[in-house]
Ligand binder design. Structure first.
Ligand code: HEM
Length: 165
């Protein structure tokens, strides 16, 4: 940490590649907006041989894109390390990972979300030891999801902070 109090700050984010990788991997497997936001075609358009007719509603299934075995090795496995080896980011340039969308209607909250997520998660990990309710093992957590405009866990996560580190 750059500061004496060991409190994670915005300028530390670039020095924490594994934290960045964990957040990317979470966006890959559990995008908060699994179909982005619906768009509508304003005219007939052909994309790679597919005709999209005028007025068609377009949903972009980023949940499925994040699990596409043609793009990701071991797609169902939570493996942040994969992002240490490649330069894929979620800022709208790498189309295999677009949890905030891409193009001119992409999420304007990206920058603040990027900062907040790293600072909040980093602070929670840095300051507390954690355990799961009933001494459950991490590998036994039910990661099932409820689909909707936003993606939610089937069973809410109950993580218990044990003590200050
Ligand atoms: C993890 C956090 C967030 C995620 C994953 C997220 C994701 C998205 C997605 C997928 C879209 C639709 C993009 C598209 O149409 O292709 C969107 C739009 C939008 N987001 Fe976010 N968002 C997040 C946080 C925020 C925050 C913190 C704000 C405000 C401070 C915000 C404000 C907006 C607005 C205003 C739009 C509509 C933009 C438009 O239609 O032109 N978002 N967001």
């Amino acid at each position: 940490m750059e500061n004496k109090k060991n409190i994670i700050q915005e300028l530390d984010i670039s020095q924490l590649p594994y934290l960045q990788a964990v957040i990317k991997e979470t966006f890959r497997l559990h995008p908060p907006a699994p179909f982005l936001v619906p768009h509508q075609a304003i005219r007939d358009v052909e994309i790679q041989g597919f005709m999209v007719p005028k007025n068609a509603q377009i949903l972009c299934n980023v949940w499925a894109m994040g699990r596409d075995p043609k793009v990701w090795s071991f797609p169902e496995t939570f493996m942040p390390e994969r992002f240490l080896e490649v330069k894929i980011d979620y800022k709208g340039q790498d189309f295999e990972l677009i949890p905030f969308g891409a193009g001119r209607r992409m999420c304007p909250g990206l920058n603040i979300s990027h900062r907040m997520l790293h600072i909040m998660l980093g602070t929670l990990i840095q300051n507390f030891e954690w355990k799961l309710e009933g001494n459950m093992r991490a590998q036994d957590i039910d990661m099932g999801e409820k689909f909707g405009l936003t993606l939610q866990r089937n069973i809410p996560l109950k993580a218990i902070p044990l003590r200050l580190k």
